[in-house]
Design a protein around this ligand. Sequence first.
Ligand code: ARG
Length: 260
Amino acid sequence: TAVGASGLAATAGCIGGGGGGGETITIGSDIPYAPFEYRNEAGDLIGFDVEIAEAVFGEQLDMDYEFQETSFDGIIASLNNANFRVIMSAMTINESRAERVDFSDPYFTAYQTVLLLEGSDIGSREDLQGTAVGVQRGTTGEAAAEDLQEEFDGDLQIESYDQINGAFDALLNNQVDAVINDNTVSASFAAENEEVVFLEGDGVAADRDNAPPYLTLTIEEYGIAFRQDDDDFREEVNGALATIRENGTYEEIYNEYFDG
Ligand code: ARG
């Protein structure tokens, strides 16, 4: 698609695309978070979010746009400081965030899941008590870990890392016993590391169609985040999201990243 072809990847961590409608918008995102926003070997920014952005902002709304890398923790403050126009960062829609930003309609369903090293003693949700879990700071994975910690009367150690790769590395290095994170992102990491497995069991999504076949701690939906004074633009984006679902573009992108 057009996104992978972008020649702008080398410029200051930004890539852009779009149709030359005149206006350029900047999209804040924490990278890497494969398969949503990450770089291929050539250094081009790719991923599900990146291609949805091309379809929505580039193709449907005919805008020029560029991604701006930013840390996930503080990404909402940064949006509200007008450092970028929207957040597109596999961001889960939730109530506390909705007090500070407005979200688009949901565009992806995700679940918090638990990743372990093969041979781990942890065989159930209860076994997480007394262990150390790694999470990305400021994420719903961190919030899910905090909920578990409360459930275990404090008997859970939470290690928060600025980026998800920090948590993944800590797991590989035995610095944490588990990583709590979005299912498809953890699945993409597990696909590249044979020694990494999901904690199995019936979770909150067990009865759902297409739910992952392992323990789910939460059910979440991703949205694009806007400043609270940006209603007209948000409506345009919702229209574009609906269009790409109707015209098959969404499905095409979905199948590219999540083997349909
Ligand atoms: N979905 C989770 C959340 O909203 C994790 C998102 C992390 N995204 C990223 N690009 N690092 O908290």
